[in-house]
Design a protein around this ligand. Structure first.
Ligand code: PMP
Length: 462
């Protein structure tokens, strides 16, 4: 194995890292962040353990997905049993299997009441692509050929495929890759801490929702297929919980102009916010829901979408030659479905959804109370076990630190030094611990965060 500078690696860690540097492209690849990567060897409950045997709290549940924590026997056994009985069979039309059937039945009992049928993918980006294609197909199949535009929001994240990156509102995911696909546009997010309300006669939530109506009218309702939104924005904006009147008004606007509402519940699904799915907080039903991550607690890849009876009806009544030509080899993979069934079983048996609302509220209140006096903390927000702490250089003007000050990476490194592994997305420390974390474990996480962030940030500036 060639080794940089022909030097012999001093340790096994060095050897593995050298191979890694030479042969792997990592998600959001940049070598400057990867000089000495964390090399994980084991997971146990809320902990990740590295090659040196050091234990870190998995403060983001992997990538917002390992909601039942690491090493759950029920999930491991479900995967093993499934591999031993039916490792793979296709779910293309004309073929089906018990795990995909049982999972769909279970899902229809926990998802939004408007959602009746499911299609499965390998992850969230494919789910976004599937939603977009399905929304467009739905209108075209009814002769409304012009209805193809997709409205999304700035600071949203919907995936990194060509389609889902076009829906994603964070420009970095498109800037270096050529233009977004035509027909995607982005309105401002309902970002309570920073949204500037242009109309004092409206609440902030109403004004933010009305940006959708303005965009639909500007583009022409006959050209708009769907509006896609995360119930609580995750990776793009750093945990943005909308105002209570935002989504009900969005639903009404979508209905007024015949625009489908797509809920991207990839992070917020399966209990993360203290409800099975995010829009339940506001009593809103989408036409399409997309999910991934928590459906298998991240143990094996699985995602998907659910659609309303109206959409399913259009697919069911198409002429065979004009069918919904959409298909992935791994749609409804039996092992993914088996693990999802086990995951939903644990969420129900342990009452984790209700518990998340209760412990999440206490977790957030403590962070809010104990970080309130630090002038560098601008906003502490969250829902369920999803929390974001936004820091600022100046609280009065909400001015952020200059990028060159490198505050975010320094905070991340300090949290890690204290045993908490999590993500800092630009100016927001994100927390999404496993839903199975005990109250003592949640207290420990909150204490690490408070000890790290409760004093002014001079020491984090470059
Ligand atoms: N939608 C949302 C809301 C997400 O947070 C993510 C991933 N973070 C995706 C879609 C894309 O999912 P995946 O990485 O599985 O493609």
């Amino acid at each position: 194995m060639p080794y940089p500078n022909n030097a012999e690696p001093a340790t096994e860690f060095d050897r593995l890292v050298a191979i890694d540097h030479q042969h792997i492209l990592h998600p959001q690849h940049h070598p400057s962040e990867h000089e000495k990567p964390l090399l994980w060897t084991k997971g146990e409950g809320i902990y990740l353990i590295n090659d040196a045997g050091e234990r870190f709290i998995d403060g983001l549940s992997g990538m917002w997905n390992v909601s039942l924590g690491h090493g759950r026997r029920e999930l491991i056994e479900a995967a093993t049993r499934q591999l031993e009985t039916l490792d793979f069979a296709t779910a293309y039309a004309g073929s089906s299997h018990r795990p995909v059937i049982e999972l769909s039945e279970l899902l229809s009992g926990v998802v939004y009441p408007s959602i009746k049928a499911f299609y499965f993918t390998s992850g969230g980006g494919e789910a976004t692509d599937t939603s977009i294609r399905t929304a467009r197909y739905f209108w075209r199949a009814q002769g409304r050929l012009e209805k193809s535009k997709i409205i999304a929001r700035k600071l949203s994240y919907h995936g990194s495929t060509v389609g889902s990156a076009s829906a994603t509102g964070v420009d970095e995911f498109s800037d270096g890759f050529g233009p977004r696909l035509p027909g995607f546009l982005h309105i401002e997010s309902p970002y309570p801490y920073r949204f500037v309300n242009p109309n004092p006669l409206k609440t902030q939530g109403q004004a933010a929702a009305d940006l959708l109506e303005e965009a639909i009218l500007r583009e022409g309702p006959e050209t708009v297929a769907a509006f896609i939104a995360e119930p609580v924005q995750g990776g793009g904006g750093g945990i943005l919980v909308p105002q209570d009147d935002y989504f009900p008004r969005i639903r009404a606007i979508c209905d007024r102009y015949d625009v489908l509402l797509i809920a991207d519940d990839v992070i917020t699904g399966f209990g993360r916010t203290g409800r099975w799915f995010g829009l339940e907080h506001w009593g809103v039903n989408p036409d399409i829901v997309q999910f991934a991550k928590g459906i298998t607690s991240g143990y094996v890849p699985l995602g998907g979408i659910g659609v309303s009876a109206r959409i399913k009806g259009v697919l069911d009544h198409a002429e065979p030659a004009k069918r919904w030509w959409h298909g992935y080899t791994y749609s409804g993979h039996p092992v993914g479905c088996a693990v999802a069934i086990a995951t939903i079983g644990v969420l129900k048996k342990e009452g984790l959804i209700e518990r998340t609302e209760k412990v999440g509220t206490a977790f957030l209140r403590r962070l809010q109370a104990e970080l309130a006096d630090n002038p560098n903390i601008g906003d502490v927000r969250g829902q369920g076990l999803l929390a974001g702490i936004e820091f600022v250089e100046d609280r009065a003007t909400k001015r952020t630190f200059p990028g060159a000050a490198n505050v975010g990476p320094r905070i991340k490194a300090e949290l890690l030094r204290r045993g908490l592994c999590t993500r800092v997305l630009s100016d927001v420390v994100c927390l999404a611990p496993p839903l199975t974390a005990t109250e003592d474990e949640l207290d420990r996480i909150a204490s690490i965060v408070i000890d790290t962030l409760s004093q002014p940030f001079d020491r984090f500036k470059a």
